[in-house]
Design a protein around this ligand. Structure first.
Ligand code: COA
Length: 394
Protein backbone atom coordinates (compact mmCIF):
# COMPACT_ATOMS: atom_id res chain seq x y z
CA UNK A 1 0.00 0.00 0.00
CA UNK A 2 2.88 2.40 -0.80
CA UNK A 3 0.51 4.69 -2.74
CA UNK A 4 -1.73 5.39 0.30
CA UNK A 5 -2.48 9.12 0.48
CA UNK A 6 -1.13 10.85 3.58
CA UNK A 7 -3.22 13.54 5.33
CA UNK A 8 -0.85 14.94 7.93
CA UNK A 9 -2.76 16.19 10.97
CA UNK A 10 -5.94 14.83 9.28
CA UNK A 11 -6.19 18.22 7.57
CA UNK A 12 -9.26 18.51 5.35
CA UNK A 13 -10.68 15.11 6.38
CA UNK A 14 -14.26 14.89 7.72
CA UNK A 15 -14.80 11.90 10.02
CA UNK A 16 -18.11 12.62 11.79
CA UNK A 17 -21.51 14.21 11.27
CA UNK A 18 -22.49 16.68 13.97
CA UNK A 19 -25.37 18.99 14.86
CA UNK A 20 -23.26 20.77 17.46
CA UNK A 21 -21.20 23.39 15.63
CA UNK A 22 -20.07 24.42 12.18
CA UNK A 23 -17.07 26.47 11.09
CA UNK A 24 -16.62 28.31 7.81
CA UNK A 25 -12.91 29.07 7.78
CA UNK A 26 -12.98 31.17 4.60
CA UNK A 27 -15.81 33.44 5.73
CA UNK A 28 -14.89 33.40 9.38
CA UNK A 29 -18.25 32.09 10.58
CA UNK A 30 -19.05 29.89 13.55
CA UNK A 31 -22.49 28.42 14.24
CA UNK A 32 -23.18 26.73 17.60
CA UNK A 33 -26.33 24.61 17.86
CA UNK A 34 -27.82 26.59 14.97
CA UNK A 35 -26.96 30.06 16.34
CA UNK A 36 -24.26 32.35 14.98
CA UNK A 37 -21.78 32.63 17.85
CA UNK A 38 -22.29 36.41 17.94
CA UNK A 39 -26.01 35.90 18.70
CA UNK A 40 -25.53 33.27 21.37
CA UNK A 41 -22.43 34.18 23.35
CA UNK A 42 -23.41 37.53 24.83
CA UNK A 43 -27.02 36.54 25.62
CA UNK A 44 -27.01 32.96 26.90
CA UNK A 45 -26.09 31.66 30.30
CA UNK A 46 -23.57 28.80 30.15
CA UNK A 47 -26.31 26.43 31.33
CA UNK A 48 -28.42 27.42 28.29
CA UNK A 49 -25.49 26.72 25.96
CA UNK A 50 -24.96 23.27 27.46
CA UNK A 51 -28.69 22.49 27.35
CA UNK A 52 -28.66 23.55 23.69
CA UNK A 53 -25.79 21.18 22.89
CA UNK A 54 -27.31 18.27 24.79
CA UNK A 55 -30.86 18.73 23.46
CA UNK A 56 -30.48 20.54 20.12
CA UNK A 57 -32.81 23.34 21.28
CA UNK A 58 -33.01 26.08 23.87
CA UNK A 59 -34.75 25.26 27.17
CA UNK A 60 -38.05 26.76 28.28
CA UNK A 61 -37.92 28.79 31.51
CA UNK A 62 -39.06 25.76 33.55
CA UNK A 63 -36.58 23.43 31.84
CA UNK A 64 -33.74 25.89 32.41
CA UNK A 65 -34.65 26.18 36.05
CA UNK A 66 -34.58 22.43 36.60
CA UNK A 67 -31.41 22.00 34.48
CA UNK A 68 -29.64 24.64 36.58
CA UNK A 69 -30.73 22.94 39.79
CA UNK A 70 -29.59 19.57 38.48
CA UNK A 71 -26.15 20.88 37.46
CA UNK A 72 -25.73 22.75 40.75
CA UNK A 73 -26.42 19.49 42.62
CA UNK A 74 -23.42 17.77 41.00
CA UNK A 75 -20.80 20.35 42.02
CA UNK A 76 -19.26 18.77 45.08
CA UNK A 77 -16.10 16.65 45.06
CA UNK A 78 -15.47 13.43 46.90
CA UNK A 79 -12.97 13.48 49.75
CA UNK A 80 -10.57 11.36 47.64
CA UNK A 81 -10.54 13.83 44.73
CA UNK A 82 -9.88 16.70 47.17
CA UNK A 83 -6.91 14.75 48.51
CA UNK A 84 -5.50 14.24 45.01
CA UNK A 85 -5.81 17.98 44.36
CA UNK A 86 -4.24 18.92 47.69
CA UNK A 87 -1.25 16.71 46.88
CA UNK A 88 -1.01 18.05 43.31
CA UNK A 89 -1.02 21.63 44.60
CA UNK A 90 1.62 20.84 47.23
CA UNK A 91 3.88 19.44 44.50
CA UNK A 92 3.30 22.50 42.29
CA UNK A 93 1.77 20.36 39.57
CA UNK A 94 0.55 22.38 36.58
CA UNK A 95 -3.18 23.22 36.65
CA UNK A 96 -3.98 21.10 33.58
CA UNK A 97 -2.20 18.09 35.06
CA UNK A 98 -4.11 18.56 38.29
CA UNK A 99 -7.34 18.83 36.29
CA UNK A 100 -6.49 15.62 34.43
CA UNK A 101 -5.90 13.83 37.73
CA UNK A 102 -9.11 15.24 39.23
CA UNK A 103 -11.22 14.28 36.21
CA UNK A 104 -9.70 10.80 36.05
CA UNK A 105 -10.79 10.24 39.65
CA UNK A 106 -14.15 11.98 39.22
CA UNK A 107 -16.26 8.82 39.33
CA UNK A 108 -14.74 7.70 42.65
CA UNK A 109 -17.52 7.55 45.18
CA UNK A 110 -20.15 7.86 42.45
CA UNK A 111 -20.32 4.60 40.55
CA UNK A 112 -17.51 2.33 39.51
CA UNK A 113 -19.29 1.04 36.43
CA UNK A 114 -19.99 3.99 34.26
CA UNK A 115 -22.68 3.47 31.58
CA UNK A 116 -21.67 3.72 27.94
CA UNK A 117 -25.23 3.90 26.64
CA UNK A 118 -26.34 7.44 25.59
CA UNK A 119 -29.42 7.93 27.82
CA UNK A 120 -27.68 6.98 31.06
CA UNK A 121 -24.39 8.54 30.01
CA UNK A 122 -26.21 11.92 29.89
CA UNK A 123 -26.19 11.97 33.70
CA UNK A 124 -22.42 11.53 33.67
CA UNK A 125 -22.17 14.24 31.04
CA UNK A 126 -23.91 16.73 33.35
CA UNK A 127 -21.85 15.59 36.31
CA UNK A 128 -18.59 16.21 34.41
CA UNK A 129 -19.73 19.68 33.28
CA UNK A 130 -20.58 20.56 36.89
CA UNK A 131 -17.57 19.15 38.63
CA UNK A 132 -14.76 20.54 36.45
CA UNK A 133 -15.00 24.13 37.82
CA UNK A 134 -14.88 22.72 41.36
CA UNK A 135 -11.76 20.67 40.53
CA UNK A 136 -10.00 23.73 39.07
CA UNK A 137 -11.01 26.06 41.90
CA UNK A 138 -10.17 23.53 44.64
CA UNK A 139 -6.73 22.96 43.15
CA UNK A 140 -6.20 26.73 42.92
CA UNK A 141 -7.22 27.36 46.52
CA UNK A 142 -4.79 24.71 47.76
CA UNK A 143 -2.10 26.04 45.44
CA UNK A 144 -2.59 29.53 46.91
CA UNK A 145 -2.37 28.18 50.45
CA UNK A 146 -6.10 28.73 51.12
CA UNK A 147 -8.88 26.38 52.12
CA UNK A 148 -11.24 25.34 49.28
CA UNK A 149 -14.51 27.26 49.02
CA UNK A 150 -17.59 25.02 48.95
CA UNK A 151 -19.74 25.52 45.82
CA UNK A 152 -23.00 27.46 46.24
CA UNK A 153 -26.14 26.01 44.69
CA UNK A 154 -27.85 29.41 44.48
CA UNK A 155 -25.26 30.76 42.01
CA UNK A 156 -25.17 30.14 38.27
CA UNK A 157 -22.34 28.13 36.74
CA UNK A 158 -20.09 31.08 35.83
CA UNK A 159 -20.76 33.03 39.04
CA UNK A 160 -20.11 29.96 41.19
CA UNK A 161 -16.76 29.34 39.48
CA UNK A 162 -15.62 32.89 40.26
CA UNK A 163 -16.95 32.54 43.80
CA UNK A 164 -15.08 29.26 44.42
CA UNK A 165 -11.83 30.81 43.14
CA UNK A 166 -11.87 33.90 45.35
CA UNK A 167 -14.40 33.23 48.10
CA UNK A 168 -15.89 36.68 47.36
CA UNK A 169 -19.34 37.58 46.10
CA UNK A 170 -18.83 37.67 42.30
CA UNK A 171 -19.03 41.00 40.48
CA UNK A 172 -21.87 40.96 37.88
CA UNK A 173 -19.68 42.51 35.14
CA UNK A 174 -17.05 39.80 35.70
CA UNK A 175 -19.75 37.10 35.64
CA UNK A 176 -21.11 38.43 32.33
CA UNK A 177 -17.60 38.62 30.87
CA UNK A 178 -16.77 35.07 31.94
CA UNK A 179 -20.13 33.74 30.79
CA UNK A 180 -19.59 35.27 27.34
CA UNK A 181 -16.22 33.54 27.19
CA UNK A 182 -17.67 30.17 28.30
CA UNK A 183 -20.38 30.36 25.62
CA UNK A 184 -17.97 31.45 22.91
CA UNK A 185 -15.58 28.51 23.24
CA UNK A 186 -18.03 25.78 24.30
CA UNK A 187 -17.76 23.94 21.00
CA UNK A 188 -15.71 24.29 17.84
CA UNK A 189 -16.06 21.45 15.36
CA UNK A 190 -13.63 18.58 15.43
CA UNK A 191 -10.68 20.30 17.12
CA UNK A 192 -7.88 18.13 18.54
CA UNK A 193 -9.34 17.56 22.03
CA UNK A 194 -12.86 16.93 20.73
CA UNK A 195 -11.48 14.43 18.25
CA UNK A 196 -9.66 12.70 21.11
CA UNK A 197 -12.89 12.56 23.14
CA UNK A 198 -14.82 11.10 20.21
CA UNK A 199 -12.05 8.61 19.42
CA UNK A 200 -12.01 7.32 23.00
CA UNK A 201 -15.80 7.06 22.99
CA UNK A 202 -15.72 5.19 19.69
CA UNK A 203 -14.12 2.14 21.31
CA UNK A 204 -17.22 2.02 23.59
CA UNK A 205 -15.17 3.43 26.43
CA UNK A 206 -16.75 5.82 28.96
CA UNK A 207 -17.18 9.60 29.34
CA UNK A 208 -14.71 10.03 32.21
CA UNK A 209 -12.01 8.39 30.08
CA UNK A 210 -12.96 10.52 27.08
CA UNK A 211 -12.85 13.79 29.03
CA UNK A 212 -9.59 12.81 30.76
CA UNK A 213 -7.98 12.27 27.35
CA UNK A 214 -9.44 15.51 26.02
CA UNK A 215 -7.94 17.49 28.93
CA UNK A 216 -4.53 16.07 27.99
CA UNK A 217 -4.98 17.17 24.40
CA UNK A 218 -6.19 20.66 25.30
CA UNK A 219 -3.12 21.27 27.45
CA UNK A 220 -0.71 21.63 24.51
CA UNK A 221 0.43 25.13 23.43
CA UNK A 222 -0.81 24.61 19.88
CA UNK A 223 -4.36 24.03 21.18
CA UNK A 224 -5.46 25.46 24.54
CA UNK A 225 -2.11 26.48 25.99
CA UNK A 226 -1.71 29.78 24.10
CA UNK A 227 -3.55 32.42 26.22
CA UNK A 228 -1.03 32.38 29.09
CA UNK A 229 1.88 33.23 26.76
CA UNK A 230 -0.37 35.80 25.01
CA UNK A 231 -0.90 37.61 28.31
CA UNK A 232 2.82 37.54 29.10
CA UNK A 233 3.53 39.01 25.67
CA UNK A 234 0.96 41.78 26.12
CA UNK A 235 2.09 42.72 29.61
CA UNK A 236 5.76 42.76 28.53
CA UNK A 237 5.06 44.99 25.55
CA UNK A 238 2.65 47.23 27.51
CA UNK A 239 5.46 47.84 29.98
CA UNK A 240 8.25 48.26 27.42
CA UNK A 241 6.11 50.52 25.19
CA UNK A 242 7.87 49.10 22.12
CA UNK A 243 5.46 46.91 20.16
CA UNK A 244 7.33 47.28 16.86
CA UNK A 245 10.60 46.18 18.46
CA UNK A 246 8.93 43.12 20.00
CA UNK A 247 7.24 42.10 16.74
CA UNK A 248 10.40 42.53 14.72
CA UNK A 249 12.54 40.60 17.18
CA UNK A 250 10.06 37.72 17.55
CA UNK A 251 9.46 37.24 13.84
CA UNK A 252 13.15 37.70 12.93
CA UNK A 253 13.97 34.96 15.44
CA UNK A 254 11.58 32.64 13.53
CA UNK A 255 9.23 32.42 16.50
CA UNK A 256 5.46 32.37 16.30
CA UNK A 257 3.33 35.18 17.59
CA UNK A 258 0.98 33.63 20.10
CA UNK A 259 -2.70 34.41 19.50
CA UNK A 260 -2.39 34.56 15.71
CA UNK A 261 -2.92 32.00 12.95
CA UNK A 262 -5.38 29.12 12.77
CA UNK A 263 -5.65 25.77 11.04
CA UNK A 264 -9.16 26.46 9.73
CA UNK A 265 -9.77 30.25 9.74
CA UNK A 266 -8.26 32.33 6.98
CA UNK A 267 -9.94 35.45 8.41
CA UNK A 268 -10.06 36.91 11.91
CA UNK A 269 -11.45 34.19 14.17
CA UNK A 270 -15.12 35.12 14.81
CA UNK A 271 -14.62 34.23 18.47
CA UNK A 272 -11.86 36.86 18.68
CA UNK A 273 -14.45 39.40 17.51
CA UNK A 274 -17.00 38.34 20.15
CA UNK A 275 -14.39 38.32 22.91
CA UNK A 276 -12.87 41.64 21.91
CA UNK A 277 -16.36 43.21 22.16
CA UNK A 278 -16.86 41.65 25.59
CA UNK A 279 -13.40 42.75 26.74
CA UNK A 280 -13.95 46.28 25.48
CA UNK A 281 -17.18 46.55 27.49
CA UNK A 282 -15.55 45.03 30.55
CA UNK A 283 -12.50 47.33 30.52
CA UNK A 284 -14.67 50.40 29.82
CA UNK A 285 -16.90 49.57 32.83
CA UNK A 286 -13.80 49.01 34.95
CA UNK A 287 -12.38 52.38 33.81
CA UNK A 288 -9.26 50.74 32.32
CA UNK A 289 -9.57 51.80 28.67
CA UNK A 290 -5.82 52.44 28.41
CA UNK A 291 -4.92 48.73 28.51
CA UNK A 292 -7.65 47.79 26.06
CA UNK A 293 -6.64 50.57 23.64
CA UNK A 294 -3.06 49.32 23.77
CA UNK A 295 -4.24 45.75 23.04
CA UNK A 296 -6.22 46.85 19.98
CA UNK A 297 -3.28 48.85 18.68
CA UNK A 298 -0.93 45.90 19.20
CA UNK A 299 -3.30 43.54 17.39
CA UNK A 300 -3.45 45.82 14.32
CA UNK A 301 0.36 46.15 14.18
CA UNK A 302 0.83 42.39 14.65
CA UNK A 303 -1.60 41.50 11.85
CA UNK A 304 0.10 43.86 9.44
CA UNK A 305 3.56 42.61 10.42
CA UNK A 306 2.42 38.99 9.92
CA UNK A 307 1.08 39.88 6.47
CA UNK A 308 4.53 41.18 5.49
CA UNK A 309 6.20 38.19 7.14
CA UNK A 310 4.06 35.52 5.41
CA UNK A 311 2.38 37.15 2.40
CA UNK A 312 1.02 33.81 1.12
CA UNK A 313 -0.59 32.68 4.35
CA UNK A 314 -3.34 34.77 6.01
CA UNK A 315 -2.37 34.95 9.69
CA UNK A 316 -5.10 36.71 11.63
CA UNK A 317 -6.08 37.06 15.26
CA UNK A 318 -7.29 33.83 16.85
CA UNK A 319 -9.53 33.21 19.87
CA UNK A 320 -6.64 32.99 22.34
CA UNK A 321 -5.58 36.60 21.88
CA UNK A 322 -8.75 38.09 23.35
CA UNK A 323 -9.26 35.13 25.68
CA UNK A 324 -6.12 36.30 27.48
CA UNK A 325 -7.35 39.90 27.59
CA UNK A 326 -10.85 39.05 28.83
CA UNK A 327 -9.88 36.39 31.38
CA UNK A 328 -7.18 38.67 32.78
CA UNK A 329 -9.77 41.42 33.13
CA UNK A 330 -12.36 39.29 34.93
CA UNK A 331 -9.74 38.09 37.40
CA UNK A 332 -8.94 34.53 36.31
CA UNK A 333 -5.34 33.76 37.37
CA UNK A 334 -3.05 33.38 34.36
CA UNK A 335 -2.10 29.84 35.49
CA UNK A 336 -5.77 28.84 35.10
CA UNK A 337 -6.43 30.16 31.58
CA UNK A 338 -6.23 26.75 29.89
CA UNK A 339 -8.11 25.04 32.72
CA UNK A 340 -10.84 27.68 32.32
CA UNK A 341 -10.98 26.79 28.63
CA UNK A 342 -11.70 23.22 29.82
CA UNK A 343 -14.41 24.55 32.18
CA UNK A 344 -16.23 25.64 29.03
CA UNK A 345 -15.20 23.06 26.44
CA UNK A 346 -16.29 20.10 28.56
CA UNK A 347 -19.84 21.00 27.41
CA UNK A 348 -18.78 20.40 23.80
CA UNK A 349 -16.75 17.30 24.62
CA UNK A 350 -19.57 15.48 26.36
CA UNK A 351 -22.12 16.46 23.71
CA UNK A 352 -19.79 15.08 21.03
CA UNK A 353 -19.32 11.87 23.02
CA UNK A 354 -23.10 11.40 23.23
CA UNK A 355 -23.39 12.02 19.49
CA UNK A 356 -20.65 9.45 18.89
CA UNK A 357 -22.39 6.90 21.13
CA UNK A 358 -25.68 7.38 19.29
CA UNK A 359 -24.12 6.66 15.90
CA UNK A 360 -20.86 4.91 16.54
CA UNK A 361 -18.18 3.52 14.33
CA UNK A 362 -14.77 2.94 15.86
CA UNK A 363 -12.22 5.57 14.80
CA UNK A 364 -9.53 3.70 12.97
CA UNK A 365 -7.49 5.70 10.43
CA UNK A 366 -4.52 4.31 8.54
CA UNK A 367 -0.85 5.05 8.69
CA UNK A 368 1.73 5.01 5.93
CA UNK A 369 4.59 2.70 6.87
CA UNK A 370 7.96 4.24 6.04
CA UNK A 371 10.15 1.78 7.97
CA UNK A 372 12.35 -1.08 6.77
CA UNK A 373 11.10 -4.49 5.71
CA UNK A 374 12.67 -7.94 5.47
CA UNK A 375 15.20 -7.52 8.30
CA UNK A 376 17.06 -10.65 9.37
CA UNK A 377 16.97 -11.63 13.06
CA UNK A 378 20.35 -11.46 14.83
CA UNK A 379 20.84 -13.13 18.24
CA UNK A 380 21.40 -10.50 20.93
CA UNK A 381 25.08 -11.27 21.62
CA UNK A 382 25.93 -10.95 17.91
CA UNK A 383 24.39 -7.48 17.41
CA UNK A 384 26.54 -4.48 16.53
CA UNK A 385 25.86 -1.36 18.63
CA UNK A 386 24.94 0.57 15.48
CA UNK A 387 22.66 -1.96 13.78
CA UNK A 388 19.67 0.37 14.25
CA UNK A 389 19.59 4.18 14.07
CA UNK A 390 17.76 4.27 17.44
CA UNK A 391 20.00 1.78 19.26
CA UNK A 392 22.45 4.34 20.63
CA UNK A 393 19.80 6.27 22.59
CA UNK A 394 19.20 3.43 25.06
N1 COA B 1 3.31 33.54 13.99
C1 COA B 1 4.24 33.49 12.99
N2 COA B 1 4.18 32.61 11.98
C2 COA B 1 3.15 31.73 11.98
C3 COA B 1 2.16 31.75 12.97
C4 COA B 1 2.27 32.70 13.99
N3 COA B 1 1.36 32.75 14.98
N4 COA B 1 1.25 30.78 12.70
C5 COA B 1 1.67 30.17 11.59
N5 COA B 1 2.81 30.75 11.14
C6 COA B 1 3.58 30.38 9.95
C7 COA B 1 4.33 29.09 10.19
O1 COA B 1 5.62 29.32 10.71
C8 COA B 1 4.34 28.47 8.81
O2 COA B 1 5.40 29.05 8.08
P1 COA B 1 6.34 28.11 7.14
O3 COA B 1 5.41 27.62 6.09
O4 COA B 1 7.38 29.07 6.65
O5 COA B 1 6.87 27.05 8.04
C9 COA B 1 3.04 28.94 8.17
O6 COA B 1 2.65 30.12 8.90
C10 COA B 1 1.92 27.91 8.27
O7 COA B 1 1.86 27.46 9.62
P2 COA B 1 1.36 26.01 10.08
O8 COA B 1 2.09 25.62 11.31
O9 COA B 1 1.43 25.09 8.89
O10 COA B 1 -0.14 26.26 10.40
P3 COA B 1 -1.08 25.25 11.19
O11 COA B 1 -2.42 25.31 10.56
O12 COA B 1 -0.46 23.90 11.31
O13 COA B 1 -1.08 25.85 12.66
C11 COA B 1 -1.55 27.16 14.57
C12 COA B 1 -2.06 26.65 13.20
C13 COA B 1 -2.68 27.79 15.35
C14 COA B 1 -1.00 25.96 15.35
C15 COA B 1 -0.41 28.19 14.29
O14 COA B 1 -0.92 29.28 13.57
C16 COA B 1 0.27 28.67 15.59
O15 COA B 1 1.19 28.00 16.07
N6 COA B 1 -0.17 29.83 16.16
C17 COA B 1 0.40 30.33 17.40
C18 COA B 1 -0.14 29.54 18.58
C19 COA B 1 -1.59 29.88 18.89
O16 COA B 1 -1.99 31.04 18.88
N7 COA B 1 -2.37 28.82 19.17
C20 COA B 1 -3.79 28.96 19.48
C21 COA B 1 -4.62 28.40 18.36
S1 COA B 1 -6.34 28.78 18.53
Amino acid sequence: MADRELHRGLEGIAVAETRLSSIDGERGELVIGGFPVEGLATRATYEESVFLLLNDRLPTAAELDSFRTELAGYRTLSEEVEQVLRRAARENVDAMDALRMGVAAANLGVDATEPTEPTEAREYAKRLVSVIPTIVATYWRYRSGDAPVEPREDLGHAANYLYMLSGDEPDPAAVRGLETYLNTVVDHGLNASTFVARSITSSESDLVSAVTGAVGSLKGPLHGGAPGPVLEMLLTVYESGDPEGYLQETLDAGERLMGFGHRVYRTRDPRATVLSGAAERFYADAGDEAFFDFVEGFEARAVSRLAEHKPDRPLETNVEFYTAVLLYGVGIPRELFTATFAVSRVGGWVAHCLEQMADNRIVRPLSVYVGDRGRTWTPVDEREATNSPKASTE
